[in-house]
Design a protein around this ligand. Structure first.
Ligand code: URA
Length: 187
């Protein structure tokens, strides 16, 4: 049921021309994972590998994300992974506000369909858009925010850990906090 609604939304998204990114994309990266997931991760935008394959987080940062998921006993089949933008910005530049505005409706629909209990923003760009525009990733990662029915937290973007491995301890701590929250909610 949920999968069918996601498939229908994906079809609409696949032919989207709302912003100019459609002209340079190879594939729309709609999102992937379990339509019934209790946990949903939101990244920033597809990179080159994602654009090529049409799937989120399949490059180096995705491999790192998989390790943290594994460390708390989750696999991609337990979660859903999407991005703020569904198309790759050229040269991996930051998303433009107008691109985010045009694209965010698809993510809102995905959230409505999947209805996760926990949302995890991957990186500050996602946290700015989903939690608050003045989110401070170094001070507020791993903290919980309540918005409507959703419990939301943000962690460092995995690519930030590739650039600065000193952040890895914080990331592990945050993932354990996420695991505790999921366990607490499923009691
Ligand atoms: N970075 C993101 O934010 N999203 C992806 O899908 C890949 C890399």
């Amino acid at each position: 049921m949920k999968q069918k609604s996601l498939d229908e939304l994906k079809k609409v998204c696949d032919s989207c021309q709302k912003c100019p990114l459609w002209e340079t994309r190879t594939n729309v990266v709609f999102g992937s994972g379990n339509a019934n997931a209790k946990i949903l991760f939101i990244g920033e935008a597809p990179g080159a590998h994602e654009d090529e394959q049409g799937l989120p987080f399949v490059g180096a940062s995705g491999k790192l994300l998989d390790k943290y998921l594994d460390a708390i006993g989750l696999s991609r089949e337990d979660a859903y992974i999407a991005n703020i933008l569904k198309c790759r910005p050229p040269n991996n530049r930051d998303p433009k506000p107008e691109e985010e505005e045009q694209c965010i409706g698809y993510l809102r629909e995905q959230l409505k369909i999947i209805n996760p209990t926990v949302i995890v923003c991957l990186g500050r760009i996602s946290a700015f858009k989903i939690i608050k525009p003045d989110f401070k990733i170094t001070q507020e990662h791993g903290k919980w925010f309540k918005k409507g029915d959703y419990l939301i937290t943000a962690v460092y973007h995995p690519s930030a850990l590739l650039r600065d491995p000193r952040k890895r301890d914080d990331m592990m701590r945050d993932f354990l906090i996420i695991k505790d929250k999921i366990d607490e909610l499923s009691k």
